[in-house]
Design a protein around this ligand. Structure first.
Ligand SMILES: [Zn+2]
Length: 108
């Protein structure tokens, strides 16, 4: 009885692993002298941790364009995003992982 129970737990753990990315993705390596920033994901918009201007979250490696109400091409600071953090209680770590599985989650 105890044997089948432990097998079941192992199975659940394996399944849990399947749809979760690792908690900490390796951080991208910035080039020497390059600015780095954390993406701060809020309820309605996301900001660059370096210049605090809005930024896109998905599909961006560098903060080149600002987004949001006053979107501005080349309005960003050019920092390389090396992490992602939540700026809102409503944004969970699981949500951050879903947005950017390639970036490590930082405490904010
Ligand atoms: Zn920026």
């Amino acid at each position: 009885m105890s044997e089948s129970r432990s097998t079941f737990i192992e199975l659940v753990e394996q399944l849990a692993h399947l749809d979760q990315s690792p908690d900490t993705a390796p951080a991208p390596t910035p080039q020497a002298g390059e600015l780095t920033a954390t993406i701060l994901v809020g309820d309605f918009e996301s900001r660059c941790g370096n210049c605090r201007k809005p930024t896109l979250v998905q599909g961006v490696d560098l903060h080149t364009d600002t987004s949001g109400w006053d979107a501005e091409p080349d309005g960003g600071c050019g920092a390389r995003f090396t992490g992602i953090a939540s700026a809102s209680r409503a944004v969970t770590a699981a949500h951050l992982r879903q947005l950017r599985p390639d970036l490590p989650i930082r405490d904010h």
